[in-house]
Design a protein around this ligand. Structure first.
Ligand code: SF4
Length: 209
């Protein structure tokens, strides 16, 4: 490459070829090892921090892991429920040791005891005051069918005559282990629910709003 009298660069093709070849050889000499990926740390971050799942699964997991029970224990089955709450059976393992005096703060009713027709409107009202979503476990023979008092004129032959029941736990009374088994059945049932509306319904609502 030369500089002419009018200061213009004069290129010789052979020089350009040599220069270019030199650059390529230098690059080849330095390209023995692969350059580490500057974003390699991202793979580790993704592996540790991102979990793929569905919204249904997350919502159901939180619902079934924090069931709060409304106080509605009209008869003797209640003692087994109280035992289940104690340290030996430790119901809090299932995230549901909290008993709520207000039905508005509860999402589970465990019907621990015989229900008389005189008490039925009160139980129905407690159920109606519970916020959605809500579930019911019929505990004991009386809760399921009226039990030994079934033929009595004043006993409701099963809570399912006045409120919807999700799980039935038989026994007179059922032991705490049976109640815990029933609770686990309810948790499995909740895990199969679909609380999130499907996308077309969501889109439809968005357009209407
Ligand atoms: S099922 Fe038995 S223990 Fe439970 S409330 Fe009825 S009579 Fe009492």
């Amino acid at each position: 490459m030369e500089v002419g009298s009018d200061r213009e660069y004069i290129y010789k093709s052979s020089e350009l070829d040599r220069h270019e070849g030199q650059i390529i050889e230098e690059l080849k000499a330095s390209a023995g090892e692969s350059i580490p990926d500057p974003d390699a740390w991202l793979d580790e971050e993704v592996r540790r921090n991102i979990v793929l799942t569905s919204l249904d699964t997350v919502v159901n997991w939180s619902r079934r892991s924090s069931l709060w029970t409304a106080i509605c224990f009209p008869a003797c089955c209640a003692f087994e429920l109280i035992a289940a709450e104690g340290p030996r059976f430790d119901l809090s393992r299932f995230g549901m040791e909290i008993l709520r005096a207000s039905p508005r703060q509860a999402d589970l009713m465990i019907t621990a005891g015989t229900l008389t027709w005189k008490m039925a409107p009160v139980v129905r009202r407690i159920y109606d005051q519970m916020a959605e979503p809500k579930w019911v476990i019929a505990m004991g023979a009386c809760g399921i069918s009226g039990g030994i008092f079934r033929s009595s004129y004043n006993v409701v032959p099963g809570y399912n005559k006045i409120i919807p029941v999700d799980v039935y736990v038989p026994g007179c009374p059922p032991r705490p282990e049976a109640l815990i088994y029933g609770i686990q059945m309810l948790q499995k049932k909740i895990a199969r629910e679909h609380p999130i509306p499907d996308p077309p319904r969501l889109l439809q609502k968005g357009k209407q709003a």
